[in-house]
Design a protein around this ligand. Structure first.
Ligand SMILES: [Zn+2]
Length: 502
């Protein structure tokens, strides 16, 4: 059964289609609009199963088409900061209904950290649909990812009208692309330099991928403008899935990068596995298996490690403190992996075409994984969204939260799960649900306000400290036992029905 409010929303979805104004083309303020008109231009009614997208229909039956790059619009050469800026601006001018450009801040030397959104709804979050991101060039001398992301932009905007898979992806996803998180380091690095550290760091000498708060260790490194910008960005947009592009190896590395006992581990390089290890392995394999050669796991050099199937746990490769992927996962519930896309960090430009050919399918298929698992809304009995409800999949002690519209997403593989929901002022709730391979599970949960006892004592646990990492935040307190929630018909009245999409 579908709640009345959701039916109403779906109706609005089909009729509201805000036009993007040209003046919005370069928006500096990346905070999602507080405009009550939440709905994007994505045509949900055109989804193949009549209202909700089906992961399987599109990913299996219909692959993205082979893409011939439009070299007139974007050549296979390296683009310095000014050239990159010009390309991004020209793209927003040429594709105003599919793109929006914003800056999340400036580098230490004052270069803009540009993000281009590519989506059928570039200006507004689409209710119920995931936001995803790619970040390139966090190490300034690892230059291939930066160019791959520019070509990905070109691929997406120029295929929207002709490729049903890309149309589906952009109609149902907002893709935020930050081609260079370290433009100062890039400016200091040199084409043709395969190894070494020149340009790796920001202009103040900090390794940005060692500059984030760490789950396992105190990170005493001084926060840099580039990492502060990322922290601010991902606190305001709830990203479901993310890839950070690097060079110097050919492998997908997934959390954790750090480990509770680094001294011991740094010698033995033991894996440091998350409770979502199955999901991280799957996401990593999605990238590696769609890549031209990554899954073969061939070592870059004789002295370099080889990686079985082209994937590795971060700490099993080598542990590090202050990495971006652990921060995304633990603090924000965003599934981020590290994509090492080239053995040579800054290969000559004539090789870029080959890197694009190897990575284009991986980059698309990886993003589509945001549509796997469970998604839904947490609401109160009147149908209003419950913002910042704290959620956890039972047995996976990394939490995630709802958006201000009450939405949540969690990428999960097929199986049976329990969602634990806690929100200040409401009775905690457990909901059983199932994930199938073919399409995401839609799960809407209604929370009942906590009852106030006669003496005015609220019978719910205190509000957890929201500033703590999500891993430690969901101390759910006295969750009602399953016996408590069963009514005398023997059914569980306190659990929401599964709403499947077909
Ligand atoms: Zn790197």
């Amino acid at each position: 059964m579908q709640p009345v409010w959701l039916s109403a929303l779906l109706l609005v979805w089909c009729v509201v289609s805000p036009a993007a104004s040209a003046q919005q083309a370069e928006r500096r303020n990346f905070e999602p609009s507080s405009d009550p008109q939440l709905f994007g231009a994505g045509d949900r009614s055109a989804a193949p199963d009549g209202g909700l997208y089906s992961f399987d229909n599109l990913s299996v039956a219909q692959d993205p088409r082979a893409y011939r790059p439009d070299v007139g619009a974007l050549d296979f050469v390296y683009h310095n900061h000014d050239e990159m800026t010009r390309y991004l601006r020209a793209t927003t001018a040429r594709y105003p209904n599919l793109t929006a450009l914003y800056s999340i801040g400036k580098s230490a030397q004052g270069r803009d950290l540009w993000v281009l959104v590519v989506s059928a709804s570039p200006y507004e979050h689409m209710l119920g649909k995931p936001d995803v991101k790619y970040i390139g060039n966090i190490h300034g001398n690892e230059a291939v990812g930066r160019e791959l992301l520019l070509h990905l932009i070109q691929y997406l905007v120029s295929s929207y009208g002709s490729d049903p898979y890309i149309k589906w992806l952009l109609d149902n996803t907002r893709i935020h692309i930050l081609p260079s998180l370290n433009p100062d380091g890039y400016a200091a690095s040199k084409e043709g330099t395969c190894d070494g550290g020149q340009g790796r760091y920001n202009s103040r000498g900090f390794d940005l991928n060692r500059n984030f708060p760490d789950y396992f260790k105190q990170n005493n490194k001084r926060a840099q403008p580039e990492t502060e910008a990322v922290k601010d960005w991902i606190s305001k947009i709830q990203f479901v899935l993310s890839g950070s592009l690097h060079g110097g190896a050919l492998v997908v590395s997934y959390p954790y990068d750090n480990t509770p006992n680094a001294i011991f581990h740094s010698y033995l390089s033991q894996p440091s596995l998350t409770p979502d290890d199955d999901v991280f392995k799957h996401l990593s394999l999605t990238y590696a298996n769609n890549h031209g050669k990554m899954s073969r796991g061939v070592a870059c050099k004789t002295a370099s490690p080889s990686f079985e199937n082209g994937i590795t746990n971060g700490a099993a490769w080598y542990p590090l403190t202050g990495g971006m992927q652990d921060f995304n996962y633990v603090w924000h519930g965003c599934m981020e992996v590290t994509l090492e896309v080239s053995c040579c960090k800054f290969p000559p430009a004539y090789e870029l075409r080959k890197y694009w050919d190897d990575n284009q399918m991986s980059m698309i298929k990886f993003l589509a994984e945001a549509h796997r698992g469970v998604q839904g809304f947490i609401m109160d009995p009147t149908g209003n969204p419950v913002e910042r409800a704290q959620l956890k999949i039972k047995g996976r002690d990394i939490g995630f939260t709802t958006t201000k519209y009450g939405e949540f997403w969690r990428i999960l593989l097929p199986g049976v799960y329990k969602l634990e929901v806690y929100a200040d002022g409401y009775v905690p709730k457990d909901v059983d649900f199932m994930i199938v391979e073919q399409h995401p599970t839609l799960l809407n949960v209604t929370l009942q306000p906590s009852k106030v006892a006669e003496h005015g004592v609220v019978l719910t646990p205190p509000n957890p400290d929201l500033n703590r990492p999500l891993a430690s935040a969901p101390s759910f307190g006295p969750v009602a036992s399953s016996d408590d929630t069963r009514d005398n018909t023997g059914t569980n009245s306190n659990r929401d029905r599964l709403v499947f999409t077909s």
